[in-house]
Structure formats: C-alpha cells, structure tokens
Design a protein around this ligand. Structure first.
Ligand SMILES: Nc1ncnc2c1ncn2[C@@H]1O[C@H](COP(=O)(O)OP(=O)(O)OP(=O)(O)O)[C@@H](O)[C@H]1O
Ligand SMILES: [Mg+2]
Length: 252
C-alpha cells in the first residue's frame, strides 16, 4: 500500500505519518518512509539515531549538480538515480527512510535541474515493489501536481477543527477533482470531541476516514524528543484503525 500524507502547515502530517509507519511495522510490513518536507522531522519522530545529522537530498547541491549535469540552461531530463537509495537510505527495524526534502512539482518557471533528480528519485522509490510506502509531503497545495499523488494508492489529507485548515482541505479536494484523482481521503487530527468532528465534516461536506484525538501524550513525547508513536498507545489504536479502513475500502 502506498500512502501520501498532505495538508496545511502544522496540521499533523508528520505526526500522523509516523503513526501510520509504526502501525504498518506492527503488522509486520516492510515500509519505505519518504520525507518530502523542506524541514524534515520524520526521522526524529520515528526515533532514528542521529536524526538531526541527516542531510536531505534536496540540500546535496554537489550531488544534484553532478546528476543533473546542469550546464547553463541545459540539464538531463532523466538523470541517473538508481544507486541513490542504497547510498542514502537509513534503516531501523522494518523501516527504511529516505529524506528527500522539498521537491517542486513542475510548473512554469520551476528551477528544474535539481528537481529532475529529486522527482526521478521519488518516482523510483514509489515504484518499490517490496515495501509499503508512506510519503510525508510538504505543506500546502501548490506542489500537489499529478506525479506523486497519482502514483500512490491513497492520498490522505489531514485536517484540524479550524477554519484555515478546512479552507486548505477544500482546496485540496478541488485540486484532486480537477486532476481526476479519486483516491483522496480526509483524516481529522487534534479532535477534542464530537463537536470538533462535526465542525470539520460540516465544513468539508464529507465524512472523515479516520480521526486522531488531541493528545497530551503526543505533546509530551514531542517536547521530550522521543518517538511519538511509541509513547502514545491510545493514539496508536487510531492509526491501526485508519490502516484497516484504508485496506478495506480507502478509495470509496
Ligand atoms: N493529535 C495531536 N495532539 C497533540 N499534538 C499534536 C497532535 N498532532 C500533532 N501535534 C503537534 O502539532 C505540531 C505539528 O505537528 P506536525 O509536525 O506533525 O505537523 P505537520 O503538518 O507535519 O507540520 P509541517 O507543515 O510544519 O510539516 C507538533 O508539535 C505535534 O507534536
Ligand atoms: Mg511535517
């Protein structure tokens, strides 16, 4: 199963990605975790050693230059990347982690040489036949081009019970519809009760596939810098339930 997690800044994309990754691991699955956020935190949340020392591929300018063979306005459209996963992938338990950093999806005027390398790399990672994949995406909607979101089985948009978050979720929904993407589902985060859930579902006019409670344990684990999913068993059940639903129907 290949899942990409998107949503407005700070809604809980990385937190929920880390829960889903751990929940998949608990089911004995091998997972490829991809951090595509410009300021990546997934390694820390998953408890990878020396998480803060990992350099995102997007910041390896020499490597990107070498692979893109950028020369003035010219660069390779299909740069070689097949050796990069083995070189830069981190491994812990059943989880392999690739920290990509921010990828700009196409579009006019995009600074494309670096992105050709990053996109190629993301594409071969998404094709991985042996692992489930979870992509923690960059905040916002602009990067939701066809590439990444079209090649996953489930695009999960995280939404919180706030107007701004719901407005972004509406944009994501519109964009997905424009792009003819039908595997989009919404997940509520930081839900304090029925009223919160109703506020979101009414604002969006759609049922949530799952929801995560606002949790003092998450807050505490995050402050202490310990792997969140390992320290919040009551929230972990929400992740397992969400996974089960994705496996059962997801795309309805
Ligand atoms: N259910 C929750 N209960 C309590 N705190 C939460 C919950 N979900 C997320 N948080 C906290 O909210 C903050 C933002 O969460 P997170 O980093 O996962 O969001 P994000 O969408 O990945 O942000 P960004 O857009 O910056 O990448 C973190 O401090 C996290 O610990
Ligand atoms: Mg994040």
């Amino acid at each position: 199963m290949k899942i990409a997690v998107c949503g407005k800044g700070g809604v809980g994309k990385t937190t929920i990605s880390s829960f889903l990754i751990r929940a998949l691991e608990k089911k004995g699955r091998r997972i490829l975790a991809i951090d595509a956020d410009p300021s990546p935190h997934l390694a820390r949340l998953l408890g990878f050693p020396d998480a803060d020392q990992i350099t995102p591929i997007a910041e390896m300018k020499d490597l990107l230059q070498e692979r893109s063979e950028k020369n003035g306005p010219f660069y390779r459209l299909n740069p070689r990347v097949d050796d990069l996963p083995e070189k830069f992938m981190k491994e812990r338990g059943l989880v392999k982690l690739m920290v990509l950093g921010a990828i700009q999806e196409g579009g006019a005027g995009c600074a494309c040489a670096d992105n050709a390398v990053l996109r190629n790399l993301l594409n071969i990672l998404l094709l991985s036949p042996d692992e489930d994949v979870v992509v923690d995406m960059e905040a916002g909607v602009e990067h939701l081009g066809r590439g990444t979101v079209a090649s996953v089985d489930h695009l999960l948009a995280v939404v919180q019970p706030y107007r701004g978050s719901i407005e972004t979720a509406v944009k994501i929904r519109k964009l997905a519809s424009d792009l003819d993407i039908h595997h989009l589902n919404f997940v509520a985060n930081n839900v304090e009760g029925e009223e919160d859930l109703r506020f979101i579902e009414k604002g969006l006019g759609i049922k949530m596939l799952g929801w995560f409670p606002g949790s003092a344990d998450i807050k505490k684990a995050e402050r202490e810098g310990v792997p969140v999913a390992e320290h919040c068993p009551e929230v972990f059940d929400a992740a397992l339930e969400l996974l089960n639903r994705l496996e059962r129907n997801g795309n309805e």
